[in-house]
Ligand binder design. Structure first.
Ligand code: ZN
Length: 83
């Protein structure tokens, strides 16, 4: 809780749901590298819907294509494909 305000709402909104749906478009996702097979975690921006990007593997540093399927605030699927 921040100390800048002493006001406490009588009926707080469902903060966790709001944070996930309204504020936090970034979703942590586990990605499997198509080259080395290692898994690592990356943040996926779900605010723009489906998209493709190039992601560098955190373990072997090789770039691969990442196909992201998502709705705002919710990740539906990830495909990691070698370039
Ligand atoms: Zn890798």
């Amino acid at each position: 809780m921040r100390t800048c305000s002493r006001q406490i709402p009588v009926a707080p909104p469902p903060a966790r749901l709001d944070a996930a749906f309204v504020v936090n478009w970034l979703v942590d996702a586990e990605i499997l590298c198509p080259f080395c097979g290692e898994a690592f975690t990356a943040e996926i921006d779900t605010s723009q819907g489906d998209y493709e990007t190039v992601q560098d593997c955190e373990i072997c540093c090789r770039p691969f294509r990442l196909e992201v399927r998502c709705a705002p605030g919710r990740l539906e699927s990830l495909d990691a494909l070698p370039e």
